[in-house]
Design a protein around this ligand. Sequence first.
Ligand code: NAP
Length: 254
Amino acid sequence: MTLKSQLRAPDMNLPEQFDLSNKTILVTGAGDGIGRVASLTYAKLGATVILLGRTVSKLEAVYDEIMAAGYPEPAIIPLDLQGATVSHYEQMAATIEEQFGHLDGLLHNASILGNLRPFAQITEKEFNQVMQINLNGALFMTQALLPALAKAPHASVVFTSSGVGSKGRAYWGSYAISKFATEGMMETLADEYSNSTIRFNCINPGATKTAMRAKAFPAEDASKLKTAEDLMPLYCYFMDDSSTDINGQTIKAQ
Ligand code: NAP
């Protein structure tokens, strides 16, 4: 069933209560911030993680960290969503099916903030850039990966929204619009695939200590913010089979 709501995270303690062994999970924006921590956490819980991002050195550092910890060997897909086309996503999907057979999880995490500015000053170039990375990338990547997701016993697609994805805010134009559209895409997919083995949900991480947050709020005391590690129970819950019945939800991680 698909419901529109802004639920809070279910009561959960530690990521360790979840078991992601034998799952293959693709994380976008895996080299930094929340995506980096999600990749490390999924690997720790036994998943084979496909690390996708635009800065190869950052992806390699996450790869090295996973290998040093003795977790399952990850794969790396260097891809800049800014220039990615449908044919890149189709090639990527073919490689994933060839190597792994199917895909159990897809975390759409990569995004840019763009520039916070008055609506009257949004430029076409900047708006298109934010939409290309935050929305179009997730849309066409999901489309290409649907066959691989359908081959999993249960597959979970998780999009990343924001507080400004359900309530607009002055000066957050391009980013806020991209997040509203992300929630709309998630709900559309959740409804369309409600009788399938693929579920679609959204996480709203809330204020989290990362480079993106520092760019948006340069003057705040970051030591008071939640860290990406604090959010991991919800990120793991959505990839775990215990969330198989959850579809069409946007859940706040905080
Ligand atoms: P972040 O620290 O800026 O990390 C963003 C990640 O996305 C980085 O790994 C970055 O790669 C990657 N990325 C950006 N542009 C890309 C492109 N063109 N192609 C491929 N990868 C690209 O941000 P974050 O705070 O972890 O945010 C993660 C998600 O949470 C985002 O969707 C964001 O909108 C959402 N969110 C965050 C907060 C918060 O307070 N932090 C609050 C609400 C929502 P590089 O490192 O190589 O640039």
